[in-house]
Design a protein around this ligand. Structure first.
Ligand SMILES: C[S@@+](CC[C@H](N)C(=O)[O-])C[C@H]1O[C@@H](n2cnc3c(N)ncnc32)[C@H](O)[C@@H]1O
Length: 223
């Protein structure tokens, strides 16, 4: 089991796993979750996806610098964002993001716990399905790093899952065994936290939130 202090190992494991599934990931991941749910559960899943999509359309700005942290291949290609930064620990994921955004974005290969940007560099942050891949201390370190690079008055959109039944992996506590594109099983850290956990641990104003059956999101505004 990965300990809370073993952060280099956790990051290295994420990188190895996400490198191996980068190709085809953007279609593969959500379709795979949807397929394994019962017809009843799928209805809730689709409602969650729809609500979150509505919120994304409401809050993601077209002006200013938007940073997507743990971007993967990036799900922001339908937004016309003038200055988009895709930040990810996995280089192959950034290559997929580049295929989608081409020269409409900048790509930064970095760990969310140490983002190579100056304070207040960005106007808006999107962080989707990243923090559940970290133990508490690293999750909090990433949140404070994201708030550090966000300007005062800027917004932070967090999206994550809080229900293990969306997982397509073998689960052992906070560790999952996930198959790569080649069929090999790799260890991935995954902890399902509730919306209220984030509210308890983060001092910032909340401007919007949604708590669904499988997914939740929070919009914070930096003071
Ligand atoms: C579950 S995927 C989510 C991708 C995308 N945000 C989405 O919603 O589809 C998690 C992404 O976070 C990246 N990642 C994992 N740990 C990271 C870290 N410590 N710093 C930056 N990126 C990380 C992975 O490489 C992967 O692309």
């Amino acid at each position: 089991m990965t300990s809370d202090n073993d952060w280099e190992t956790v990051s290295a494991e994420q990188e190895q796993y996400y490198n191996s599934v980068a190709e085809g990931y953007v279609n593969w991941s959500h379709n795979r979750v949807e397929k394994r749910l019962s017809a009843e559960a799928r209805k809730y899943w689709l409602v969650d996806c729809e609500q979150i999509e509505m919120l994304r359309r409401k809050v993601i700005p077209s002006q200013g610098v938007v940073a997507e942290v743990g971007s993967g291949p990036s799900r922001l290609d339908m937004f016309s964002i003038k200055e988009l930064l895709c930040i990810d620990i996995s280089f192959p994921m950034l290559r997929q993001a580049r295929l989608r955004h081409q020269d409409r974005a900048l790509f930064i290969n970095a760990n969310s716990q140490a983002i190579p940007l100056i304070d207040s560099a960005v106007d808006f942050i999107v962080c989707s399905e990243l923090l559940s891949h970290m133990p508490d201390n690293l999750c909090l370190k990433s949140i404070s790093e994201m708030f550090r690079i966000l300007r005062s008055g800027g917004m932070f959109l967090l999206i994550d899952s809080h229900d293990p039944s969306t997982s397509f992996a073998r689960i052992e506590g906070d560790v999952q065994w996930r198959k790569t594109n080649g069929g090999e099983e790799l260890r991935v850290y995954k902890k399902y936290r509730s919306l209220s956990w984030f509210l308890e641990h983060t001092q910032a104003d909340i401007t919007d939130s949604y708590e669904g059956r499988f997914l939740f999101c929070i919009v914070w505004q930096k003071k």
